[in-house]
Write a protein of this length. Structure first.
Length: 207
């Protein structure tokens, strides 16, 4: 990444403040409700960029699923282990993580932003490859053809990249998944801790 702090540094520093601002995203809860209605009890679920464990791992574990969360931030992993003891969390980078199994569902809510654009694309393909046949992929991001954009976010200087909404869809489908639903929605973080963002949500299934 050219300039700015790494994702690990930023989220180690933010810790609980991130949940204050982004812990209650209505469209994310809608996605989790949609997913839990379709998963068999005891499904294996991977939460990529699990943060504090809430709401994703907490919601899915409470529904009786076997949840593994990965996050690049050691501070976030420590919080998640404390707050959602019924799930398993490990410190790992989505760009290099290699799971030992495929999952009935993979959730990736906003982990593919603080990296270079080619890493966003490669990571999306990696995440999609971890979905077992018949399994689901839920992805959310801030869309746009963005390459190494330096911004101030939650009082930190960071460098972000992303893909357009259309490229997200194309890459999900190229990975062999069927796109079931997509939408964008404006989100305003709690307490004015960060600027409003446009969020893209994609739901997909591997046949």
């Amino acid at each position: 990444m050219s300039g700015g702090k790494s994702a690990a540094e930023v989220f180690d520093a933010l810790a609980e403040r991130y949940e204050e601002a982004f812990g209650r995203i209505p469209a994310q809860q809608e996605a989790l409700d949609w997913l839990t209605a379709r998963l068999p009890r005891g499904a294996r679920v991977l939460d990529v960029g699990s943060g504090t464990g809430r709401p994703t791992a907490e919601t899915l574990a409470a529904a009786g699923h076997s949840v593994t969360g990965i996050d690049v931030s050691a501070a976030m992993v420590a919080l998640a282990r404390e707050r959602v003891p019924q799930a398993r969390f490990e410190q790992a980078d989505v760009r290099t993580y290699t799971p030992g199994e495929a999952f009935d569902a993979v959730c990736a809510f906003f982990p593919l932003l603080m990296m270079e654009q080619q890493e966003v694309a490669a990571s999306l393909e990696r995440v999609a490859s971890w979905v077992a046949p018949g399994g689901h992929l839920l992805v959310a991001t801030v869309p746009g053809d963005i390459r190494d954009l330096a911004i101030e976010w939650m009082d930190h200087q960071v460098t972000v990249s992303s893909l357009s909404a259309q490229e997200y869809v194309q890459r999900i489908e190229a990975a062999g998944l069927e796109l079931l639903h997509r939408h964008t929605r404006l989100f305003r973080p709690e307490g004015g801790l960060a600027d409003p963002e446009e969020h893209l949500f994609c739901y997909a299934r591997r046949p």
